[in-house]
Design a protein around this ligand. Structure first.
Ligand code: F6P
Length: 474
């Protein structure tokens, strides 16, 4: 057993596929200059909460050519180590296994008459997934101080905890899943040895944590079914329901660039024939197969059929931002979103009314503008680890919004009581909920929205992260 503890190593380490910074090579006449772009999100604010004095390190993968070039040139941000895993190994691990198998299993997305198929090609990609996880385990083992805390993130890195435990038994290791966890019958679509390896990998951690009790219970149930009763390793199971960052969102949503976008959106939305402002049904998603954007559009069309009185008086503002465009199934899904939106616009639109305002280019300021204008927020995923949009819109909306929420989103556990909940496959039911939401009296809407915002901000990102670190001490 190799112990490679460095005396000056990091005390707190985070490991995730996507890191807090990415690089782009821009042509400048020479070899090209590198431009760094910093990302946001729960982990970024969580890690900043432990303060700059803390000896922290984020280990992530180089994802783009720019990232790889940065690693080769030795360019980097303090506190970040990017791993230059060979591009083909990364592609197999990330696109092949993590996004095309594990994501599909946990979100229950397969069309089972024809898929999944676990053949020789799958086994080849699985070997890359193991190599990718090993690269992370080795880097973490090299970088961690004696007894350091390491928090490994998500389904990309399910094997890394056990690999790291073998290299460095002294470390306190946590694993956090940001996705749902599949129930045993679905998880067991995976070949038995693979299912056992995934569970055993996470059980290499001292603590395995999830966004909701439901996903934690599903993980425990899979362990019982696949590995036998009990949690063999003694790994503790935890739940930390990541909340919205109210201070950041409210400040950011009142900057001039958001005001500009609100004006532009208002112009796109227009006014009803009686001169009153049109109502808005807002959704903002990365275009993932699990987000159920197409059924959301179908429910909106059903609403216009069932309640023609809403025609010209409502607009569905749908932002569907690009995600995982290397995968054909994602590209096809994006095309289907566009097709259905255009179909609705040509069937119902008038010279003065565009029923669906669809944007597909990522623009955070415009998302916040839509949040502020939302009368109704539509969050109807097939299945979702949490869904932060469901938490963010009530915090930011100017006049308060009614949330139409899928009971399959993790956020349902915390927000279900004050939302109108829907079965995401039920178009008629969702159309009915949209009508109810649009007809909710202003006072009730404001009251519901206040409760939603309070529940949504109960565990801000910094606290969410610190709680996980504290729990690793116990
Ligand atoms: O939203 C769930 C999630 O797994 C996050 O944990 C993670 O940041 C993201 O999806 C991964 O997305 P991408 O493939 O774009 O890096």
């Amino acid at each position: 057993m190799a112990s490679t503890a460095s005396t000056h190593g990091a005390e707190v380490l985070v490991a995730s596929n996507r890191g807090p910074v990415s690089y782009e090579v821009r042509p400048d006449g020479g070899g090209g200059s590198l431009h760094a772009k910093r990302g946001g999100g729960g982990l970024v604010s969580g890690l900043s909460a432990i303060g700059s004095d803390a000896n922290a390190l984020w280990v992530c993968a180089a994802l783009s050519d720019g990232d790889r070039e940065a690693v080769r040139r030795g360019v980097g941000e303090p506190g970040v180590r990017m791993l230059d895993i060979p591009a083909d190994v990364h592609a197999d691990a990330y696109n092949g296994i993590a996004n095309s198998v594990l994501w599909f299993v946990h979100h229950m997305l397969y069309q089972t008459p024809l898929e999944p198929v676990f053949d020789a090609e799958f086994r080849r990609q699985w070997a890359s997934y193991e190599a990718y996880n090993r690269a992370f385990a080795q880097a973490l083992a090299e970088e961690a101080a004696q007894g350091a805390a390491v928090v490994v993130q998500d389904y990309h890195l399910a094997l890394a905890p056990r690999m790291l435990r073998q290299l460095r038994p002294d470390l306190r290791i946590g694993h956090f899943s940001h996705t749902p966890w599949a129930p045993p019958d679905y998880f067991r679509l995976l070949p038995d040895d693979i299912a056992a390896e995934l569970l055993g990998g996470i059980l290499g951690a001292d603590r395995a944590a999830f966004l909701t009790r439901r996903w934690a219970d599903a993980f425990t149930a899979c362990c019982h079914e696949v590995l036998g009763p009990g949690i063999p390793s003694g790994t503790r199971i935890g739940v930390h329901g990541l909340g919205a960052d109210a201070d950041f969102l409210r400040e950011r949503a009142h900057r001039p660039d958001v005001a500009e976008r609100m004006a532009a959106l208002r112009a796109e939305i227009g006014s009803a024939p009686d001169g009153k402002a049109r109502k808005t049904i807002v959704r903002v998603d990365r275009t993932e197969l699990s987000k159920n954007i197409v059924r959301g559009l179908l429910a909106y069309r059903q609403l216009l059929d069932d309640h023609p009185e809403w025609r010209e008086r409502v607009v569905h503002v749908a932002f569907a931002y690009p995600s995982r465009q290397d995968l054909a199934v994602y590209r096809d899904y994006t095309a289907e979103v566009r097709r259905v939106a255009e179909e609705i616009n040509s069937a119902y639109g008038t010279p003065d009314w565009t029923p669906v305002v669809l944007h597909v280019k990522d623009d955070f300021a415009r998302s916040l503008a839509a949040y502020r204008l939302a009368d109704v927020a539509l969050v109807n995923p097939i299945r979702d680890g949490m869904n932060l949009v469901a938490k963010e819109i009530p915090v930011v909306s100017d006049a308060g919004c009614v949330l139409v929420l899928s009971r399959e989103a993790g956020a349902y556990e915390e927000l279900g009581e004050d939302a109108l909940t829907v079965n995401p496959y039920d178009i008629t039911g969702t159309a009915h909920a949209l009508h109810q939401a649009l007809t909710t009296p202003d006072a009730e809407r404001a009251e519901r929205s206040k409760h939603l915002a309070a529940a949504a901000t109960a565990l801000p990102p910094a606290q969410w992260f610190l709680d996980q670190l504290r729990a690793l001490d116990g």
